[in-house]
Design a protein. Structure first.
Length: 214
């Protein structure tokens, strides 16, 4: 059911014109009404899903996933092998048919995610996408000039770190597994999770400096 929240194909008209957002909302409402009238969807279930995305699912979920991967090598292997399956143990909304892939940052490779065609995003671990993620400049520049985008976000990487950009679709989405900051040896998962920013899981940021935590 949850996958009905999001498009499964890439229609430019639905996404590219921010000024038509209210029209899009009207179209969604009209579609929802028709589907409910015909008995395909239960409006109460839809409301529950929307509420869950707005209140329960957010980057804190992804942060818990990352912190566990930093702490537990077995979980990390499972996450890299099959992120959809690994994050299912976090008791989240299931998105049947979707595929989540975790891409690991290393000193050699930094990963960044984008949806060049619209706004596909790993909602079940990061919640609602930030506005800039859906913007045309991000979607085009992330591919053409990823280092320029990173600079705009205040991130400078070593010259010998390659930047790899992953283009999401409705069926295949990505979460970046950032590098665990040094100076965090022996930290609990709960404390580690406080270092994991949303942008660090999109690849436009890095985890917080451990010294920043109170
Ligand atoms: Fe998309």
């Amino acid at each position: 059911m949850a996958q009905d929240n999001h498009h499964h194909d890439h229609h430019h008209d639905d996404h590219e014109h921010g000024s038509e957002l209210s029209e899009m909302q009207l179209r969604v409402r009209a579609l929802e009404t028709v589907l409910a009238e015909k008995g395909y969807v239960d409006p109460a279930a839809l409301d529950a899903i929307v509420e869950a995305y707005e209140t329960k699912v957010g980057p804190h979920t992804g942060a818990r996933v990352v912190a566990k991967a930093w702490s537990d090598p077995v979980f990390k292997q499972a996450l890299i092998a099959d992120a959809s399956k690994a994050v299912a143990s976090f008791g989240l909304l299931n998105r049947v048919g979707d595929h989540l892939i975790a891409v690991e940052n290393t000193p050699k490779q930094h990963n960044m995610i984008v949806c060049t065609l619209c706004s596909c995003y790993p909602w079940e671990v990061l919640g609602l996408p930030p506005v800039w993620y859906k913007s045309a400049p991000y979607r085009s520049r992330a591919v053409n000039d990823p280092r320029g985008v990173l600079a705009d976000f205040g991130v400078t990487l070593p010259a010998d770190t390659q930047v790899r950009v992953w283009d999401s679709t409705a069926e295949t989405r990505f979460i970046v597994l950032p590098m665990r900051p040094s100076g965090t040896e022996g930290w609990s998962e709960e404390r580690l999770a406080e270092l994991v920013t949303r942008n660090s899981m999109i690849g436009t940021g890095l985890p917080k400096d451990p010294k920043e935590l109170p």
